[in-house]
Structures are given as C-alpha cells and as structure tokens.
Design a protein around this ligand. Structure first.
Ligand SMILES: Cc1cc2nc3c(=O)[nH]c(=O)nc-3n(C[C@H](O)[C@H](O)[C@H](O)COP(=O)(O)O)c2cc1C
Length: 175
C-alpha cells in the first residue's frame, strides 16, 4: 500500500478480529517500522514486545478487560526515562512521550499497510488502575521501563467505524 493510502486508511478499530495468527515476519516488520521512527537526540527511549502466544495473550486480556481481546497478537510499547539534555536552567529534558508517539504512529501505518487493524490503547493502560504495570510484570519488563500502550494486531472481522474529523481549514492554513 502506498504511504498516503495507508495514512488515509488508518482508523482506530474496536471491533472483533479474525482468529488467524499474525505471521511473526509481519510482527517483526511492524516493530521495525516503529523502531525506525525519530527520537529526541536519538535516545531511542521506546522498546517493543510482541505477544502472540495464546496463553500469554489471555493473561494480558484478563488484565485489560478490553474490546481488543479477540486480537491474535498485540505489540506492547514501553518507554524508558532517558535525559536528552539539560536546558538553559539546568532542567532535564526528556522526550519519551514524543519518541513513543512517533514509534506508535509508524506502527499503526505499517499495520494498516499490511492489511491489519489496530487501535492505540493507552487510556486504561496508564490510568490509576495501572494495567500497564501489571502487564509489565507479566512480561518481565525491566523496572526502569514503563509499559504505556498496547496495540492489538489482526485482520478485522467487522466494518471499520470512522470518526468525524474537523475540516482541513479549521485546523491548518498557509500563512
Ligand atoms: C495518546 C492516545 C491515546 C489513546 N488511547 C486510547 C484508548 O485508551 N482506547 C481507545 O479506544 N482509543 C484510544 N486512542 C485512539 C483515539 O481515540 C482515536 O485515535 C481518535 O478517536 C481518532 O480516531 P481515529 O484513530 O480513527 O482517527 C488513543 C489515541 C491517542 C493518540
């Protein structure tokens, strides 16, 4: 799929998934797309864990209690607090959020380009119920990394529901 087609075709998918496993080479390609994203001062603060083992997946879905629990694979996104530089006042500047956001968008586009569906699931993962912390423990994520997002991956079994976007002119202009 051409890049602009993938950008236009990407939508958050919250329906059921087809049960067929996602080949590991596809999961690898998707993760490589994520890791190819830019990162502030090239600190590469984002790490990824793909899970396709059904037993492990059902433990994750038990923690998440989410609409994505039929997906045959997930990619978990972790971030590590690494200081990029100190600003003029001596404050630490960290770009972890920007870094993982760039990585996630690259992966969502790669997922779309390969014909799969997904959704950026961060809300409950990082909220007070700390699902991310429990999934991190399950996946033995090092203590200095936080698990902040889960991306389901699989072929959609239902129609994609589209949200309405504000028109171009309301959000972008030429100066
Ligand atoms: C930082 C961030 C966190 C998000 N967290 C969730 C989430 O926890 N659950 C969910 O269903 N969608 C989540 N989304 C998806 C948004 O709801 C979705 O992108 C938005 O409604 C626009 O729809 P679209 O992705 O189809 O363009 C998140 C998106 C972003 C960028």
């Amino acid at each position: 799929m051409e890049l602009f087609e993938a950008i236009a075709a990407r939508h958050s998918y919250r329906g059921k998934y087809q049960p067929e496993p996602v080949p590991r080479e596809d999961l690898q390609r998707i993760m490589e797309a994520g890791l190819a994203a830019p990162s502030g001062c090239n600190k590469q603060t984002t790490s990824l864990i793909a899970v396709d083992d059904p037993a492990l997946l059902s433990e994750i879905y038990g923690i998440m209690d989410s609409f994505c629990s039929t997906a045959p694979a997930v990619i978990c996104v972790t971030t590590k607090r690494i200081v990029a530089y100190k600003d003029g006042w001596g404050n630490d500047r960290c770009y972890g959020v920007q870094d993982y956001s760039a990585a996630i968008e690259n992966m969502l586009l790669a997922i779309t380009a390969l014909g799969y569906a997904s959704c950026w699931i961060e809300g409950h993962v990082t909220d007070a119920d700390e699902q991310g912390k429990r999934i991190a423990e399950l996946l033995q994520v090092p203590e200095d990394e936080a698990l902040i997002c889960v991306l389901p991956v699989g072929r959609p079994a239902e129609e994609m529901k589209l949200v309405r976007k504000k028109p171009f002119d309301m959000r972008a202009r030429f100066a």
